[in-house]
Every structure is written in structure tokens, then in C-alpha cells.
Design a protein around this ligand. Sequence first.
Ligand code: HXC
Ligand code: NAP
Length: 293
Amino acid sequence: MDYTEKMLRDDALKGKNIIVTGGGSGLGKAMSKYFMELGAKVAITSRNLEKLQNTAKDLEEATNGTCFAVQCDVRHYEQVEQMRDQVIQEFGSVDILLNNAAGNFISPTERLSANAFDTIIDIVLKGSKNCTMALGKHWIDNDEKEKNVLNIVTTYAWTGSAYVVPSATAKAGVLAMTRSLAVEWAKYGIRFNAIAPGPFPTKGAWDRLLPGDLKDKFDLAKKVPLKRVGEHQELANLAAYLVSDFSAYVNGEVITIDGGEWLKGAGQFNLLEAIPEEMWDQLEAMIKAKKGD
Ligand code: HXC
Ligand code: NAP
């Protein structure tokens, strides 16, 4: 068995109806595919309807499952409510919301226009808020229980990161919302969790974060203690567990899946990895020689 294999039993999400924002590409598409393989009906939503329809067709052919494509710009609350109502009309109900849609690009912060900063905050933070409020209010008003929301953040939601400041600011807000509502809305039977992925190559992210030859100059695998990037199925396995009833007692958690990347950047002496093995005898002797000084 290896980490690219499928983890959960085949019926783990049978009977569940799931909305995946940004489900037409990248990680959203990979998670949607696995949810369908586990028996869920999945509605994928984003701005580009043609892309969504092509993805829905691909996923239905690959899994024999049901995938419904709905156009929606998550920045606009009225569009989010319309999307929610279309999915309910199609599926009868919604059990799970996966806030995965995002916008991001690298830039020195002083180069950003006010609109550039707002654009990222609006997609990531306001978009996640819009979807959470539209679904949450619906569930609460109709006394629907055993629901959950999974938010995709990043490890720099708590460390911060230079050159992606709007994204870091917005993801930090999404993480705060996750933990806050996990407590406040537990009484309504709604759980909230988050995943913080490290580098998982996708076209959407790599075109905007590592354009041109930055891909070769900054090999992200080298920053990871496990010396590799993530496989989409690994993330899909974790997401499927967190939205399934198997994680019914997990609430308010953020699970990092990054091969140890952010900790490597944080630990003060982690850079000593660069010291060759044969030098340690010499260093030990130097330290011991100072005993009693
Ligand atoms: C500076 C930029 C810019 C850039 C856009 N802008 N790109 N400023 N540097 N590279 C500015 C524009 O000039 C404009 O400001 C404002 O931002 C909005 O740009 P638009 O193109 O009009 O916006 P829109 O069409 O809404 O597109 C949104 C987008 C785009 C975010 C800019 O990249 C997009 O659609 N992204 C969606 C997918 C995505 O980003 N995926 C990656 C997620 S990866 P002005 O002032 O001129 O009007 C991720 C990974 C995190 O989150 C962790 C990785 C390890
Ligand atoms: P991606 O393929 O670019 O996915 C982003 C999706 O968001 C796209 O499908 C896009 O579709 C959608 N989207 C953007 N703006 C939207 C809007 N206003 N309304 C609705 N949908 C919108 O990139 P990805 O790498 O798979 O990223 C998926 C998630 O993982 C994001 O939350 C990202 O922050 C997170 N993440 C990724 C990595 C990584 O290494 N890849 C690491 C950490 C976290 P349209 O263009 O059709 O709207």
C-alpha cells in the first residue's frame, strides 16, 4: 500500500450532497472526484461555467457518479444564495460545504493597487464567509443537522508570508472563522474544520506563484523535510475523512499536510541539517572542551 492509494471504504460518503467551490480545477477537482468515488453527489461551482461543465463530464465518466456544474462568483452574496438554491433544487439538500475557491499571486505588497488587495480578500475571505453564511443560515432556519464545513487554508495562515500578503491575511481570517463557528454553531449540529496544505502542484497555483523559470529556481520539494511535494490523492483522502461521519468528533481542527515544511522554516536550528555527518565529532569535542569554563 502507498500514499497515492484511496483510503476510505467505498460507501463512506454515500447519501451525502457536497458543494465544492473552485471544484472545476486543481485540488477542488481532485477532492470532488474522490467524494464521488465514495458515493457523494457533488456540485462544483466557480466563475467559468464551460470549465465546470467539462470537469463535471470528466468526473461523471471517471466515477459513474453525479456532478452538477453551477456558475457562481463567490464574491457576490446574491450569486451564492442562487447557487445554493440551484443545488438544493437539484439534489434536495446540501450536507457539506467545501470552501476551496481561492485567488492568489506573488507580488511585493507595495506594488499592489487597492483593488488587487481587495480582489484576493474578496475571493478568499469574503467568498468563504458568503458560502458559510448562505449554507449555515439555511441549515439553522430549517433545523437541518449533521452538517459540516471544510475550509482549505494554508500554513501561512498562522505564520504569515511575505509576497502573498493578501492571501495570508485572508486565509488567517478563514482560519479564525473556522475555529469561531466550530464552537458557536456546534449547537446547531454544524462542524467546522480546515486543512492547511503545503505545496501540491496545480496549474492554477504554479502559474501565479512560480511563473516562468521560478519553478526551476525555487524547487519547493527541497523545502520539505520529506523532500517531495504532495500528491492530490493524499489531500483527497484527508478531506474525505474530515467531511465524512467518521470524523464526527473532530471539530474546530486545522490539519496540516505539508511533509513538515512550515516547521522546517520555523525551528531555529533546523539549518544545522547542512552540517556534514563527519563534522559532528569535531563539534562535540569542542563543546565538551568548554565544560566547567
Ligand atoms: C499585481 C495584479 C496581478 C499581479 C492581478 N493584479 N494580477 N497586481 N500583480 N500579478 C491586479 C489587477 O491589476 C487588478 O487591479 C486586480 O489585481 C484584479 O485583477 P483582475 O485580473 O481584474 O481580477 P480577476 O479577473 O477577478 O482575477 C482574480 C485573480 C486571478 C486572483 C487576479 O489570478 C484569478 O482569477 N485567480 C483564480 C485562481 C487562483 O488564483 N489560483 C491560485 C490559488 S493558489 P487594478 O488596480 O489594475 O484594477 C493558493 C495557494 C496558496 O491560494 C499556498 C501555496 C503553497
Ligand atoms: P486552482 O486550480 O487555481 O483553484 C482555485 C479555484 O478557485 C479555481 O477553480 C477557480 O475557478 C476558483 N475561483 C477563483 N475565483 C473564484 C471566484 N471569485 N468565485 C468562485 N470560484 C473562484 O488552485 P488550487 O491549487 O487547486 O487551489 C485550491 C485551494 O487550495 C485554494 O484554496 C488554495 O489556496 C489552496 N492551497 C493550494 C496549495 C497548492 O499547493 N496548490 C497549497 C495551499 C493551499 P474559476 O477561475 O473558474 O472561477
